[in-house]
Design a protein around this ligand. Sequence first.
Ligand SMILES: C[S@@+](CC[C@H](N)C(=O)[O-])C[C@H]1O[C@@H](n2cnc3c(N)ncnc32)[C@H](O)[C@@H]1O
Length: 195
Amino acid sequence: MKKVRDYYFEKAKKEKYPARSVFKLEEAQQRFKLLKKGDSVLDLGCSPGSWSIYAAKQVGATGRVVGVDLHTTQKYAFAGAAPMDLLKADIFSEDIFAKLATSRFNVVLSDMAPATTGHKFSDHQKSLELSRRALAIAAAVLLEGGNFYCKVFQGEDSGDFVDEVRQFFKKVKVVKPKSSRVESREVFVLAMHLK
Ligand SMILES: C[S@@+](CC[C@H](N)C(=O)[O-])C[C@H]1O[C@@H](n2cnc3c(N)ncnc32)[C@H](O)[C@@H]1O
């Protein structure tokens, strides 16, 4: 199938990011300042690496980025950016908490998406499983006051997920970045300040 080369695809290429998804994080950062200089960031579902690169630049050399994905993620290094530690792992694996909980993070990001089938309800449920696992990981590894930004495919149970997120964070908002395709059912739950 021919790739749709839209405005954000071209912009990502020009700015040397491996995926257009970077702008879904950039927009949230510009509006809500969820990443701060010196932050430690965990990026779940990090491949091909755009969010990790963007986060590493935002938090700077005194920060740190750990990325996790089912796939190997190519590592890039930029002057003035945080070091990146990119792991190949399944977030459902039994030892994931042990692997990640050796560190504490200021921010947990999740752009994880399931392999979609085109069947709306089951794709929504699979996305919810990923988002709930991301929330459980965030609750285990975030420092007090930490932030969480997580993709979920909208559907009949996404409101329940947002309510679950509200139990952990002081401020929760559902956002649909401009760079997220209108036809896509994805939205992002932005949760600030872990209680
Ligand atoms: C939309 S891509 C992420 C793009 C990334 N944010 C970027 O900007 O480059 C979604 C990723 O979620 C990952 N993923 C899906 N299920 C996962 C799982 N169980 N464990 C780890 N990663 C997973 C996929 O392998 C895929 O690379």
